[in-house]
Write a protein that binds this ligand. Structure first.
Ligand code: ASP
Length: 430
């Protein structure tokens, strides 16, 4: 499933020809046209008479980012509620699952921050700091973080785009609704059903609106790239290249961490894990959606890797809804990269806030294309980073999304293998 196809409906068949061009190709075309326009407009030496035109080129990116920021909170809220109401998590295994998910995500973020701190990709090129940059210095205040986790009003996190408070609200309501649902089921009642249906429909609605916004991404990419080249030449893209390399390196390190855990924590041989899981990785890479890859992941875990159905289901079907290690790693790295690029140093305390918000943002990122880009706005806001720089990342997200989605799926598979334990399934269990 691609971005434009993720909510395919019968009427999509009659869609105009340009909507049938894959989004990746549309973005590549936008990039090529943008480079030519940027060069024509001065490539770093713009003619002052073109200033208004060049500035207006950023409008589509600003609109797309505004829409993404607006969609972030409802997306997280309904995604978490939907998952909690509809998935089946057994008690003890559920606790073990939660510990595994939290450990893997924390490791992923630490790997991302380590690579970004060592390679410092944001310092590989210059970008003029926008005048509208708001710098909000923050220091580490654990008590403050805890105090801030409790919202003043139930709907306030939705308005303030506060990811930690939002997750607190989503988890509280999700856990309570889940409890009410199971109480009603044991009493033979079904009053919970309309609420579950409404949440399901709202989730689908938010995803569809998100797809409209995503369809505009090629225009945003065109505008922001043309403007950046016209104003600053190619220097900023040098650092973007360094950022891609840094993210890929961090994702590879995360994959090595998974293989090590599989080797020492389960009966599965890492090579079998890699070859058996290749269909799932490829599906994730080609669709940019771990939700689209989910049935394949579940299938290969049982048939090609040889795990028990229960472990495959817990990791690939349940865990997958909360577990987005590649996304968490990417969001933390993006925050650090942009802070380096604009020279807004993030203190250790702020990096801890980045870790915390990236965990929450990745939990809330739906398993659909570009969801990480949406929730990233919340990570940026938490440490006072200007979200308009996310526009720069939009230009490479079509590729990095694929890579982090493959790692998201690999993370789910690792959790399944670890839950399967050190003893292979016996012939009678097969
Ligand atoms: N596309 C990712 C996934 O489906 C989420 C993200 O955008 O990071 O897992």
């Amino acid at each position: 499933m691609s971005q434009t196809e993720s909510t395919t409906s019968p009427e999509t068949k009659a869609s105009p020809w340009w909507q049938r061009i894959p989004l990746t190709l549309q973005i590549l075309i936008a990039l090529v046209v943008a480079v030519s326009v940027g060069i024509a407009l001065g490539a770093g030496n713009p003619n002052p008479s073109n200033a208004t035109l060049i500035n207006n080129l950023a409008i589509p990116a600003e609109l797309v980012l505004k829409a993404l920021r607006a969609l972030a909170t409802p997306l997280i809220l309904v995604a978490v509620l939907h998952t909690l109401m509809t998935t089946n998590i057994p008690g003890t295994a559920g606790r073990r699952l939660a510990v595994l998910l939290l450990t893997n995500t924390t490791v992923a973020i630490l790997v991302g921050l380590l690579v970004a701190n060592v390679l410092r990709p944001g310092t590989w090129g210059n970008v003029t700091t926008s005048t509208s940059t708001e710098i909000t210095p923050q220091s580490l205040d654990p008590w403050g973080i805890l105090k801030d986790a409790v919202p003043e009003a139930v709907l306030k996190p939705l308005v303030d785009n506060n990811v930690i408070q939002l997750i607190v609200i989503a988890l509280s309501f999700g856990i309570v609704l889940r409890g009410l649902k199971s109480e009603q089921i044991t009493q033979g009642k079904n009053g919970y059903q309309p609420i579950e249906d409404v949440i399901g429909i709202l989730f689908e609605a938010v995803v569809r609106i998100l797809n409209w916004v995503i369809a505009l991404v090629p225009f945003a990419v065109f505008g922001i790239v043309a403007k950046t080249i016209a104003m600053q030449g190619f220097a900023p893209f040098k650092s973007l290249g360094a950022f891609i390399v840094a993210v890929l390196l961090a994702l590879v390190l995360q994959a090595c961490y998974y293989l090590t855990r599989v080797k020492f924590g389960s009966w599965v041989h890492p090579l079998k894990f890699l070859t058996g899981g290749s269909d799932a990785f490829l599906t994730a890479f080609s669709t940019s959606s771990s939700a689209a890859a989910m049935p394949v992941t579940f299938e290969v875990l049982q048939t090609k890797v040889g795990l028990r159905e229960s472990s495959a289901a817990l990791g690939a079907l349940v865990g997958a809804n909360f577990n987005n290690d590649g996304t968490a790693l990417y969001e933390a790295m993006s925050a650090l990269y942009i802070s380096q690029l604009i020279g807004q140093h993030l203190s250790l305390g702020q990096q801890l806030i980045v870790i915390l918000t990236s965990i929450f943002a990745s939990v809330g990122a739906a398993n659909i294309p570009n969801a990480g880009l949406v929730t990233m706005t919340l990570v940026f806001t938490s440490v006072g980073l200007p979200t308009q720089y996310i526009a720069l990342l939009v230009t490479v997200d079509w590729f990095l999304d694929r890579c982090r989605t493959a790692i998201n799926v690999m993370g789910d598979m690792t959790v399944s293998a670890l839950l399967d334990g050190k003893k292979p399934r016996s012939v009678d269990e097969a």
